[in-house]
Design a protein around this ligand. Structure first.
Ligand SMILES: NCc1[nH]cc(CCC(=O)O)c1CC(=O)O
Length: 308
């Protein structure tokens, strides 16, 4: 009888994701157990993610255990997974994506980013700060790290008037009643991978386990979309801490990929869109990256890297 050891971080959102995978396996009577692993990103809470060094802050310890074979798979928010993985590791499944939007969270439901009213938004994401500067220059931002519960407590304490968060996490933690506004993806395009759960495994995982897990958890349209987005991010050599956005959607068997980069001060935002068949997902990602770099994205990213 197969028993899958599922490695996960211990935050409430991480556990939700791990139980979600466990439930998908359980539906086909595949047994599993959770192994909770603490990462650098969970331990260091007093510095911005950009400063800790974004590469693998939420993933390194899980990857160590994959290699050691103490866990079979590691479950991550696809968004938090660096765009290029080491040779001996790969993503074996992406779950069906949740609604991808960012949302404005506040006790004051009348708040809106488009109303022109001034207020303070807490966020620790360079993408969200830069986008707010670009689209909503009247909004002030304060750095707000920590897991969702910590951020919500800071909101309640009045350290900010609102938070900007991924709908997926808010919904999974059942904070829907705090949503003041859904941001349109046309402007506030989410981070690459937002809303999907990714399963990572080492190349040493048995074919038997790999096939079973993939069959029960992978969602092919989401997988094709995330391949396009991640190829885009990989070509820009980015993780989740650069102000890059990207979203692929699947329509009538075609993938449409939009994405770009925004300068840290919000003064420049570059965007482009490419469409094509899912078999060419990675090529679309590369084409988008080349286009953005050629339009001046290379300069923006150079400045970002010097500033982080
Ligand atoms: N960077 C942290 C993180 N990683 C995944 C989610 C939300 C869930 C998801 O997008 O999968 C969040 C919180 C947020 O950005 O609001």
């Amino acid at each position: 009888m197969m028993n899958i050891k599922i490695g996960t971080r211990g935050s409430r959102l991480a556990l939700w994701q791990a139980y979600y995978i466990q439930d998908l396996l359980k539906a086909a009577e595949v047994d599993s157990e959770l192994v909770i692993i603490e990462t650098k990103g969970d331990k260091i809470l007093d510095r911005s993610l950009a400063k800790i060094g974004s590469k693998g802050v939420f993933t390194q310890e899980l990857e160590d255990q994959l290699r050691a074979g103490t866990i079979d798979i590691a479950v991550h928010s696809a968004k938090d997974l660096q765009s290029s993985l080491p040779e001996d590791l790969s993503i074996i499944a992406f779950t069906e994506r949740e609604r991808v939007n960012d949302v404005l969270i506040s006790q004051d439901k009348s708040l809106s980013l488009t109303s022109g009213r001034e207020f303070v938004v807490g966020t620790s994401s360079t993408r969200r700060v830069a986008m707010l500067k670009h689209f909503c220059p009247h909004i002030k931002t304060v750095d707000m790290r920590g897991n969702l519960q910590t951020r919500l407590r800071k909101l309640e304490e009045g350290q900010c008037d609102a938070l900007l968060l991924a709908y997926a996490g808010v919904h999974r933690m059942e904070y829907d009643d705090l949503i003041a506004e859904y941001l349109p993806t046309e402007d506030f395009t989410p981070a690459v991978g937002q809303g999907s759960v990714a399963i990572e495994a080492a190349s040493s995982l048995s074919i038997d386990k790999l096939n079973t897990i993939r069959q029960l958890t992978n969602h092919e349209p989401t997988e094709a979309c995330l391949k396009a987005e991640r190829a885009f991010l990989r070509r820009l050599e980015g993780g989740c801490s650069i102000p890059v956005f990207g979203l692929a959607t699947w329509q009538d068997g075609e993938i449409s990929l939009t994405g770009g980069v925004v300068s840290l001060d919000g003064s420049e935002l570059l965007r482009d869109r490419f469409s094509g068949p899912p078999a060419e997902a990675e090529r679309l990602g590369h084409a988008l990256a080349e286009s953005i770099l050629a339009k001046g994205g290379d300069e923006i990213l150079r400045a970002v890297r010097q500033n982080l």
